[in-house]
Ligand binder design. Structure first.
Ligand SMILES: C[S@@+](CC[C@H](N)C(=O)[O-])C[C@H]1O[C@@H](n2cnc3c(N)ncnc32)[C@H](O)[C@@H]1O
Ligand SMILES: [Zn+2]
Length: 356
């Protein structure tokens, strides 16, 4: 995805670009950027490759042998590099920040070192805090409440985007999520820094609530926070567990994903794996606008069904009933819909009645 995104930026740019692989490991991303994304623009594309571990330099250097053009190799601590670039007013068009753990402390300098409309590809391997398994950790690293939720990967991505958006807003700039995905261990975001905050974008920060008893879900933007009405289950005895502030706006930019998929078709089949192509299709089909997502296993369990309803049929039935619905592109076996839980359960039951 990083290669496709860089290739997309390069192919549409009419000026020189500077890309930073901030935590390069063995240098594979920068190597692929150079071989697959730069195209005929080697002279106008500066690749800055860094890894904080100096023992890796010789390996990275050897791996980057095939590349020509402007290459810079360093072994700096990421914060030192970013702050140095900010002081020298060097801005990057693309920063790939592939950290171990949570990258929170580096977000502010990374945003400051990005050019407007520049791209940040951000990874976090801290799954415990944003998924509600380390509530103290979530307060510390995200400044947010995180509660267990069946759509845990999605909640983690939303927590992470919310954190970056707040950091961008503090600088007076806007943030647009381009795509967001996970396989349950690493949480990856592609984000675009906007010079200005689009009007009304602050409504994309909010709270997500889930009834501990019946699983009903609600969300509210912080801008219009007005308390939570009692959940209708068990004579109003249900209790909301609330997560956030987190991003409640869209997770994916479908038009960009379409373009990346078209770009991928131009590449040799071996370059972009079928898994990546399928991932892009799934993300493109579900922009993630609306944070209410249910696991079909949970729905089946609540109804005492032998197995989950078929996702495609459930989506079509919800749409036929006038709701927004899509199969979650983020987590398998989950449905995103604006239908409320009682109706959602009713539709699941009616599907079973039809032998579906
Ligand atoms: C997840 S790996 C990078 C993998 C690589 N992007 C890839 O796709 O193969 C993280 C790398 O970050 C480096 N690293 C960890 N902390 C760092 C820091 N504070 N500054 C710079 N590099 C750091 C580590 O040496 C390690 O090689
Ligand atoms: Zn309830």
């Amino acid at each position: 995805m990083s290669v496709l995104l860089a290739r997309h930026q390069r192919s549409r740019a009419t000026r020189s670009l500077r890309w930073l692989d901030l935590m390069a490991g063995c240098g594979i991303r920068a190597l692929r950027w150079g071989l697959e994304a730069v195209g005929g623009h080697a002279a106008e594309t500066e690749l800055w490759i860094n890894d904080g571990d100096p023992d890796r330099l010789a390996l990275i250097q050897a791996n980057l042998q095939p590349l020509q053009g402007a290459i810079r190799l360093t072994a700096d601590a990421a914060d030192t590099l970013l702050h140095g670039a900010i002081l020298k007013r060097k801005r990057f068009d693309f920063i790939d920040l592939d950290a171990f753990g949570a990258p929170g402390a580096l977000i502010q300098p990374a945003l400051q070192a990005l050019r407007f409309e520049g791209l940040l590809f951000l990874a976090s391997t801290d799954g415990r805090s944003p998924t509600g398994h380390d509530r103290v950790g979530a307060i510390r690293s995200l400044g947010a409440a995180a509660r267990a939720h069946p759509a845990s990967w999605e909640m983690a991505l939303r927590q992470q985007i919310g954190l970056v958006a707040r950091q961008a807003w503090m600088l007076g700039h806007g943030l647009q999520p381009l795509f967001s995905f996970s396989e349950g261990r690493t949480f990856r975001l592609a984000l675009r820094l906007r010079r200005r905050i689009p009007a009304g974008d602050e409504r994309n920060l909010g709270l997500v609530a889930r009834c501990e008893r019946c699983g009903a879900q609600r969300f509210q933007p912080l801008l219009k926070l007005s308390g939570w009405p009692a959940c209708s289950c068990a004579d109003g005895q249900g209790r909301w567990s609330v997560s956030g502030p987190l991003w409640i706006g869209p997770l994916q930019e479908p038009l960009l994903l379409l373009q990346l998929m078209a770009d991928a078709q131009e590449l040799n089949r071996q370059q972009i794996s079928p898994i990546t192509l399928r991932l892009m299709q799934r993300l493109q089909a579900d922009p993630g606008d609306g944070p209410t997502v249910w696991s079909t296993d949970e729905l089946a369990r609540r109804l005492g069904l032998g197995g989950p309803p078929a996702l495609g049929r459930l989506v079509r039935a919800l749409q036929a009933a006038g709701h927004r619905a899509s199969a979650s592109g983020v987590m398998p076996g989950q449905v995103r819909t604006d239908a409320e839980l009682p109706e959602l359960l009713q539709i699941c039951t009616s599907l079973r009645g039809e032998g579906l």
